[in-house]
Design a protein around this ligand. Structure first.
Ligand code: MGD
Ligand code: MGD
Ligand code: MO
Length: 773
């Protein structure tokens, strides 16, 4: 009998709600970190592992993409970094006995937390067509099977190659080459669901799809706006940087619908003085903005700078605007006509509150805007981010110390993967460079991004899916649609460290290829290998694991990619793509990753000195034209002001706008535990945070159980059953609940303009009395 779906596994009995915390980190943070590590790794392994996080010749923390700083002193780790490490370095194992014991049907009945807790995958497994259980398969047979399925396609465009953001530069570079050698650019990645809106807006306006600040800039900034980000949970080490800036006199403005703990107050667990004194007040101003109101806010701040400049002069950087930008007049005319009543409606903030912050910006000698998913996962995210750029350009806040744009990346190498070519539409120069380096003709037609990939699978236009890390079926929107889409395939392959739902929602046949994690020794023909990663600020450094691998039967990601390449490009097989196969000695790459780095250095500008830098234990700072020389590779050759129509969500009466966000106890789809300590929620994840007046208006009470039902134009029923109402500080009309349980509510077609990013912070729902269990 089919087990009930995990989304109806209600943990209501254990749920406890208390007052949210005002501060982040501190002693409880460290204690929680150590507890998590010791549970999973034991005392000795914990100490050995945590002491190597972010050290020279240690491994790069996979907790987030926040940079390390030069000092790399011992114990530069945070609670959530430690949890990420513990998840990978766990002693628990999922091997053939586990799969023999648990059928697919049985496993589907467990929730994400349980799946993740089972431990590390240890050997390749195959789910045969119609089989009830995964069974062991040899690596050779697995690669042959993949080769056979790929060769059986009518067209290379029928294969889809997803990447999550932990994959090293070396593996990513080899992987994109394999995929382009096959003849497709179908390289969707987690970035499509994450910072794609940032990349779109920044490339268009500044000519680079990345941030323009260094860690030193952040330390030096006079004003830092942190919008749509919860660093206390998701980038805890960023709080140390904010604190440092603060001690040097920076003003910090937090823009968020929720009063997130880390932004309000922060205790540095590494500073005894801090622990005694109770910490630093981080945010000087907290703007509790409505969901999706940020474009109005940034336009209003821009309008205020123009107004103050008219009044007293000296606010705008006129020399910068004249020398380095285009489009100022149109932008200025546009925001001067701003309607304040509309701004108040969109933001839910009072004009006076915004004026106060406007004056702070006007007076600040330098400013940085930091953001994450609260700005990128909305229908008008790209326009919002263009208006963030506009604000900074007005005062020449790009390309000088203490100033710039700071999109804070999520996965620890998501930025590097993109630099390496993991993108469905890389620019022409990149194609030319790989064609030259590898003597083939890479395909130029754009591939599928994440949402397009789901559509292609749904519509029968795809046959093979390979996931290089990640958990595609849980991370993506419209869960029911995505699950059916994957079931249409002939073969699904997941290269993974841990068990997750993407192993259970499969094509006709499915493979699990278990791989090494970053903490583990990667021994190849020429000896132990290092890999490299790029952080959120364009610094590339080496990462080397030292732990004994979770099993002797793991292959590195590089080994897996190169073995697949050997299989599909083997002589005797006709080439799949008209452009021919890239000329590479894949076995040599596998044996010595420095050879991959040599090709990376030849292909990607800025990587010329990579090998020398990492040999000396140094980081390589990638060139960043806007930051380094105020050069902007845009359509106008200048930094571009853009005039953007003001947009913000309209919430029909009886509806709420739901944001789907992370708890303190999860890493994306990996659930560490069921508590959200800073928000005062414990023992359960099926909660919906609502304004008390909205609870009453809907005829419910705090603690009631409700179903969340999506309201979408296509009228398809999307229901997330049985959520406990928690009365919370959030603007009226705005609700919050955790991802991935709520992905079922996000319509596939609800995406951001331009970037095609699922609008997962902007989901229209209504509440219904809970359906029966
Ligand atoms: N421990 C841990 N660390 C992580 C991750 C993890 O899951 N766990 N995930 C990693 C990844 S991949 C990423 S992308 C990052 C994500 O880092 P975040 O972006 O911080 O993650 P979210 O939980 O999605 O939080 C979104 C924040 O934006 C706010 N917000 C939502 N909508 C709006 C809006 O319309 N306007 C404004 N101003 N604010 C809004 C929310 O209230 C919340 O504070 O973290 C990375 N680091
Ligand atoms: N509703 C909603 N949906 C969202 C978001 C949201 O805020 N709301 N956020 C989006 C964002 S920002 C992101 S980045 C995506 C995340 O999407 P993904 O990156 O696809 O998801 P993760 O949960 O990070 O992937 C976890 C899995 O990666 C595997 N893994 C871990 N380490 C390694 C490794 O070193 N190598 C390999 N090969 N595998 C490894 C493990 O098997 C683990 O189960 O989700 C997106 N989806
Ligand atoms: Mo992300």
């Amino acid at each position: 009998m089919a087990r009930k779906a995990p989304d109806t596994d209600i943990d209501e009995a254990e749920l406890r709600v208390s007052e949210p915390k005002a501060r982040a980190a501190g002693v409880p943070g460290v204690v929680h970190a150590l507890q998590a590590s010791i549970d999973q790794m034991g005392v000795v392994r914990s100490a050995q592992t945590l002491l190597r996080v972010n050290q020279k010749d240690g491994f790069d923390c996979m907790g987030c993409a926040w940079p390390e700083g030069d000092h790399r002193h011992t114990a530069e780790f945070c609670e959530n970094g430690a949890k990420a490490v513990a998840e990978e370095a766990t002693r628990r194992r999922v091997g053939r006995a586990f799969f023999a014991e648990h059928s697919i049907d049985d496993l589907r009945g467990h929730d994400d937390y349980w799946l993740g807790q089972q431990g590390r995958l240890t050997e390749p497994m195959l789910l045969e067509e119609g089989a009830t259980h995964y069974a062991p398969i040899s690596w050779d047979d697995a690669f042959r099977l993949i080769g056979d399925e790929l060769r059986a396609m009518d067209d290379p465009g029928q294969a889809i190659f997803y990447t999550s953001g932990r994959t090293s530069n070396e593996a990513a570079f080899a992987y994109q080459l394999l995929v382009r050698g096959l003849g497709t650019n179908n390289l969707p990645d987690c970035s499509n669901m994450c910072h794609e809106s940032s990349g779109s807006a920044l490339t268009e306006t500044l000519g680079i799809g990345k941030g323009t600040v260094s860690l030193e800039d952040l330390h030096e900034a006079s004003l830092i706006i942190v919008a749509g980000q919860n660093p206390g949970t998701n980038h805890p080490r960023m709080l140390s940087a904010l604190e440092k800036a603060k001690r040097r006199g920076a003003t910090i403005v937090a823009v968020n619908p929720l009063p997130e703990a880390g932004l309000i107050r922060f205790v540095d667990p590494q500073s005894p003085r801090d622990l005694a004194a109770g910490g630093t007040k981080l945010a000087d101003r907290f703007l509790q903005i409505r969901l999706g109101g940020d474009q109005a806010l940034f336009q209003a701040l821009g309008a205020l700078l123009l107004e103050l400049h008219d009044e007293r002069g000296g606010v705008l950087d006129e020399a910068f605007i004249a020398a380095h930008t285009s489009g100022f007049d149109d932008y200025a005319a546009d925001v001067r006509a701003l309607d304040w009543a509309e701004v108040e409606t969109a933001t839910g903030l009072a004009e006076a509150e915004i004026r106060e912050v406007g004056a702070m910006v006007a007076d600040a000698p330098s400013a940085i805007v930091c953001w994450a998913m609260g700005l990128t996962q909305h229908p008008y995210a790209v326009a919002t981010l263009r208006d963030v750029v506009n604000l900074l350009l007005l005062q020449g806040n790009v390309g000088r110390p203490g100033a710039g744009v700071c999109p804070v990346r999520g996965h620890s190498n998501v930025q590097g993967d993109r630099t390496m070519g993991i993108f469905e539409r890389m620019p022409e120069w990149f194609h030319d460079a790989i064609d030259r380096e590898f003597a083939f003709a890479s395909p130029r037609a754009h591939g599928y991004d994440t949402v397009e990939a789901i559509r292609a699978m749904r519509d029968g236009r795809a046959r093979v899916f390979l996931g290089m890390g990640g958990n595609f079926v849980r991370a993506t929107p419209d869960t029911a649609v995505t699950e059916r889409a994957l079931a249409n395939l002939d073969l699904t392959v997941q290269v993974s460290t841990k068990l997750n739902r993407s192993h259970l929602v499969t094509g006709r046949r499915a493979l699990i290829l278990p791989t090494l994690g970053r903490t583990e020794r990667d021994a190849q023909a020429t000896g132990d290998q290092r890999v490299t990663v790029e952080d959120s600020m364009g610094m590339v450094h080496a990462s080397r694991g030292r732990l004994r691998p979770a099993s002797d039967d793991l292959l590195s990601e590089v080994a897996i990619v190169t073995r697949i390449a050997e299989e599909v490009f083997a002589s005797g097989h006709p080439p799949l793509a008209p452009g021919g196969a890239p000329a590479v000695d894949w076995a040599a790459w596998r044996g010595d990753y420095a050879q991959i780095r040599r090709s990376i250095s030849a292909v990607v500008p800025g990587f010329e000195g990579l090998e020398e830098a990492i040999a000396d234990g140094e980081s390589l700072r990638l060139p960043n034209a806007p930051r380094d020389d105020r050069r902007f590779a845009t359509a106008t050759g200048r930094a571009r002001f853009t005039a953007n129509a003001l947009t913000y969500p309209e919430i029909p009466s009886g509806c709420l706008l739901l944001q789907t966000l992370r708890s303190h106890d999860q890493y994306n789809t990996t659930i560490y535990g069921k508590d959200d300590r800073y928000r005062g929620i414990a023992g359960g994840r099926r909660v919906v945070m609502l304004h008390p007046d909205d609870i009453a208006a809907a005829g419910f009470a705090d603690g009631d159980l409700v179903d969340l039902v999506a309201v979408a134009p296509d009228r398809v029923e999307r229901r997330a059953p049985r959520f406990r109402i928690v009365s919370y500080s959030t603007p009226r009309g705005n609700a919050a609940a955790y991802y991935p349980e709520t992905n079922v509510l996000v319509p596939l077609d609800s995406v951001a303009d331009v970037s095609n990013t699922p609008a997962s912070k902007s989901v229209l729902v209504r509440l219904e009395a809970a359906s029966a269990e």
